[in-house]
Design a protein around this ligand. Structure first.
Ligand code: GLP
Length: 246
């Protein structure tokens, strides 16, 4: 696992965007796995700037998002679908037919989850998977549990996740309690994983992810066994990692 410590959030975002732009050059029809949350917003903005300058082209890019809330329509401003269009898709030259998000309106529908997995496989797998890190060590919406779940599935959100994500809603009671998420196996199949980590509230999770044992109670720790992971973190999030007793 390669760990790059950037001096601040903006630098982290620039590095993240550069790595993503480089990945677009590796295949004629590249496949990106994309993430939501506040952490990747600066990276999406940096990619938008690169696009405006003619430095990147998304016309052949296909995307698969990690997760989506259950019960929110794509038109709902709190849906991850709306987030991705607002932050990224409407600002670049990607074709809507190349954009995929998990089926959040499907409730418990194993067939729809399986179809999502199959679509990723049929696209040739994910070249670069962008990830954030939950304060509780989750990746996508794979919450701490007593086992890893391999494939795209329905999940009940952790209390900490609901509390962490309440800041995006007018009222904490509006935060959906369930989501559809890519599984740990879906993520681990990506050829390259780029994780962005920012802020003091991620210190402990980042430390455990890299230095702790591999365990489903800290889902991100599984990344220790992936052959190609790049973590780009700001100094705030990395401080425990490089402290005297870290
Ligand atoms: C959210 C998303 C994750 C994201 C994480 C961190 O709940 N499901 O994909 O990486 O939590 O979010 P943030 O970047 O806002 O801290």
């Amino acid at each position: 696992m390669e760990v790059i410590v950037a001096s601040n959030y903006d630098k982290m975002s620039e590095i993240g965007a550069t790595i993503m732009a480089a990945s677009l050059q590796t295949r004629a029809r590249p496949v990106l796995g994309l993430a939501t949350g506040s952490t990747p917003i600066g990276t999406y903005q940096a990619l938008r700037r690169m696009y405006k300058k003619g430095l990147v082209d998304f016309s052949q890019t296909r995307t698969f998002n990690l997760d989506e809330y259950v019960g929110l329509s794509p038109e709902d401003p709190q849906s991850y679908y709306a987030f991705m269009y607002d932050q990224f898709f409407t600002h670049i030259n990607i074709s809507p037919s190349n954009i995929h998000l998990p089926p959040g309106q499907m409730e418990e529908d194993d067939q729809a989850c399986l179809a999502y997995e199959n679509m990723i496989d049929q696209a040739g797998g994910i070249d670069l998977q962008l990830l954030g890190l939950g304060g509780n060590g989750h990746i996508a919406f794979n919450e701490p549990a007593d086992h890893f779940t391999a494939k795209t599935h329905l999940v009940t959100l952790d209390e900490r996740t609901i509390a962490d994500n309440a800041r995006f809603f007018d009222d904490p009671s509006q935060v959906p309690r369930q989501a559809i998420t890519m599984g740990i196996g879906s993520i681990m199949k990506a050829r390259h994983i780029l994780m962005l980590v920012s802020g003091q509230n991620k210190q402990e999770a980042l430390y455990q992810m890299i230095k702790g044992p591999i365990r489903p109670q800290l889902p991100a720790s599984i990344l220790q066994v992936h052959p190609r992971v790049t973590v780009v973190t700001d100094q705030e999030a990395a401080s425990q990692l490089f402290s005297a007793d870290g």
